[in-house]
Design a binder for this molecule. Sequence first.
Ligand code: 5AD
Ligand code: FES
Length: 357
Amino acid sequence: MDNEVRAIIDSLEHEKKISADRLRYIFMCDDDDTKEYLFQTARRTAQQNFKNEVYIRGLVEFTNFCKNDCYYCGIRCGNAKADRYRLTEEEILSCCDLGDELGFRTFVLQGGEDPYFTDERICHIVKAIKEKHPSCAVTLSIGEKSYESYKKYYDAGADRYLLRHETADPEHYSKLHPAGMSCENRKKCLHDLKEIGYQVGCGIMVGSPYQTIDNIYEDIVFMQELQPHMIGIGPFIAHKDTPFGNEPDGSVDHTLKLLAVLRLLFPKVLLPATTALGTADVMGREKGILAGANVLMPNLSPTNVRGKYLLYDGKICTGDEAAECNMCLRRRVERIGYHIAEGRGDHPDFTDCYRSF
Ligand code: 5AD
Ligand code: FES
């Protein structure tokens, strides 16, 4: 056991604070017992707050059109090889119907920034889902919008919003995105969403090109200020038809360590073991849960479009039906001593949050 890192982990658990240097020590630690001690400590914290329950969210990837050109993303507008699609409102609703039958009580509508989906269309879809499935939460993940747009979706019934900040450092941000997108606006969006009353998720890719440990420390400082309800992190995975096609993938080891650190810093936060983590390592999602994650986000998109929503290469589950993934995940979670929670799985601060419309 590395006693120095062990002491850092103990203080992280008790003080809920970390410095850039301490984060560096954890990231550099290569001792298996010490790493297991970190994961075990994070897991215990997760269990104190969430028992052995894992929350599930059904992901509906409803459009892969995107007006943005982020250098890392496979559905960037500059990728002429992407095979574009949009689901109709009817198709989105039938994904939710199926999800409801499979036991999902949260639907995440995720898409590129697609101008076809005007505020009016988004609000119509949100209202329709809420009418048909009043006991379900609706999460939107459709990028940067104005305060007014976010407010309209909220008033239409949207409960939560996911918008990864990608990096809190403006300089690093400008290396991942073309001019015209800014770190400042990204952060403003997250603050707007919180102010409106959403349960908000931010997050980053671990090992994105040019990222340093100091950047990740800055991300943590930003999160401590924002106090998000959810934090989505996964390893960066290169997509061959993007400017970062030849960049190395992010490390699974670093992703698991960061999950554990985040669990210790934010004991009650909703922390997904992401599909990217499951793609980088066949047991990645299980390892994520055992490092303190407590959310899984399987895909509910129709099989005929699954292979088209490719943000990175090698994405898992693109050939599976929603029902198959559902069974597969239930089994995987049970095999490691956890079970899938029933219910919406709101953040602990949002337990009585049924809003009526
Ligand atoms: N590798 C891993 N994650 C990616 N994302 C986008 N492209 C990639 C990639 N190449 C993540 C971003 C985005 C989320 C929806 O997916 O962080 O916010
Ligand atoms: Fe899709 Fe296992 S989660 S097949």
